[in-house]
Design a protein around this ligand. Structure first.
Ligand SMILES: Cc1ncc(COP(=O)(O)O)c(C=O)c1O
Length: 435
């Protein structure tokens, strides 16, 4: 399969900027539910739901209906003009969130939603220093990239001044070589003290993914977040939860932060809110919004408050609740995790299985004793999965492990999970045999 597809992709590369290293070796013709189909009609089970966006499955009928009827309504307007879908979505979102989080803005990408939060945090606090987590990913725009400590930092010159970092609580590989398997939040205390020493006294915000995806599926546990919030409050740091991947039911609740007893100052939503279409939102408190407005806050982009994209958000909540997908994410997530743990018992190269709901990580190691990451094996398994008909995603970071990020649509069935597990099992066996 790979060879013929590579030829087509090679041809395409003549007129495309290679923005992601290597393109996938096949050309996707269409997508539906949990599957992508290539030109020859071959079905590929998608364990990444696109770029972690298509939580309702590819081309959900309600999304297709929205696209088909979009021409009856306004698609795009002057940025200062409001429309019914924008107003309705703002009401809907605030009704889904704790009452403190009542003010919304609608943009297109996750990067942008974080730019908005960071701009507002800077304006309202008068500070400019932003703390992010090691391994985090908040986007590719200059501001969001500055607080993104994934592998995309090198080679592009200075980041925005005031970018500080604390270690993510990576339990499998304690960042300060202190805990054995269960985080006792010492890394947080140490990290904050180090940030305090680096700070020039102009704190604005701390940005966190409830489950750090690009960092290798590292979950922030409730006790950790409770302490994080206290430490932020002590320092006047506003807390931003970036729920690009975790919201809209992925972790078994509409928003992941509902697992915590903590309400953040900002929540940013993107990927999953649009279900595959470009919709993102930033939500904050009335007090913060009021103070920013008083100070002349501006965030004008061509597609802010676009009615068509906002109508997608309404469809997203309709599908999420109508099909009880948070519940399905919990149920199917538990089932998938159990199946992955069975694979771990069988294959020594699976060092760790972690995550929550339908956002799970599988870490590939040389052996469990040394925990040395096995990048080559991880890559080979990923390639072999695709040959067998399973689309997987692996993150490989220097100093971190080699981790599969498993994020199927929330509509996934038990049978599809079983099929995916069979292919993953086969891929691991094949790669170990040929090693
Ligand atoms: C947690 C998180 N935040 C923000 C972003 C950036 O979103 P976008 O690519 O839509 O700009 C991503 C993208 O992967 C992400 O995973």
């Amino acid at each position: 399969m790979q060879d013929s597809y590579s030829k087509e992709v090679k041809e395409a590369e003549k007129s495309l900027i290679r923005y992601c290293g290597e393109f996938s070796p096949f050309i996707a013709e269409k997508a539906s539910g949990s599957y992508i189909y290539d030109k020859d009609g071959r079905a590929i089970l998608d364990f990444t739901s696109g770029q972690m966006c298509s939580v309702f499955g590819h081309n959900h009928p309600k999304i297709v209906e929205l696209l088909e009827t979009a021409g009856d309504k306004a698609i795009h307007l002057l940025s200062s003009i409001l429309s019914p879908p924008v107003i309705e979505l703002a009401h809907k979102l605030s009704s889904e969130l704790p009452e403190e989080l009542s003010k919304c803005i609608f943009v297109n990408t996750g990067s942008e939603s974080n730019e908005v939060a960071i701009r507002m945090a800077k304006l309202v606090t008068g500070g400019f220093e932003i703390i992010g987590f090691s391994g985090s990913w908040h986007g590719m725009t200059a501001g969001a990239q500055s607080y993104t400590y994934s592998k995309t930092r090198k080679g592009y010159g200075p980041t925005i001044p005031g970018s500080l970092m604390i270690p993510a609580p990576y339990e499998y590989r304690c960042p300060i070589a202190h805990c054995k398997g269960t985080c006792d939040t010492t890394c947080l205390e140490v990290g904050m003290r180090m940030a305090d020493q680096q700070s020039v006294g102009e704190y604005a915000a701390l940005i966190a993914e409830p489950l750090l995806s690009a960092a290798g599926m590292i979950e922030l546990k409730p006790q950790y977040v409770k302490r994080l919030k206290e430490l932020c409050e002590e320092r006047g740091l506003l807390l931003i939860f970036d729920e690009a991947q975790t919201a809209l039911g992925r972790l078994g609740k509409t928003f992941a932060f509902e697992w915590y007893d903590v309400v953040p100052d900002f929540i940013t939503l993107s990927k999953t809110l649009g279900g595959g279409l470009p919709l993102a939102a930033t939500v904050t408190t009335a007090e913060i919004e009021e103070e920013c407005h008083r100070k002349g806050f501006v965030y004008m982009t061509s597609h802010v408050s676009d009615p068509f994209c906002a109508s997608m958000g309404l469809v997203a909540f309709d599908i999420l609740h109508g099909e009880d997908l948070s519940q399905n994410a919990l149920k199917m997530g538990d089932y998938l995790k159990d199946r992955l743990l069975e694979l771990q018992e069988k294959h020594e190269c699976i060092g760790d299985v972690r995550g929550k709901g339908l956002l799970l990580g599988v870490e590939i190691v040389k052996d469990r004793e040394t925990k040395i990451p096995d990048d080559d094996l991880g890559r080979n398994i990923c390639d072999r999965c695709l040959e067998l008909g399973l689309n997987m995603n692996i993150v490989r970071m220097k100093g971190y492990g080699s981790v599969f990020r498993i994020a199927p649509p929330l509509t996934i069935t038990k049978e599809q999970i079983d099929l995916g597990i069979t292919m993953l099992d086969q891929a691991i066996t094949d790669c170990l045999e040929s090693a």
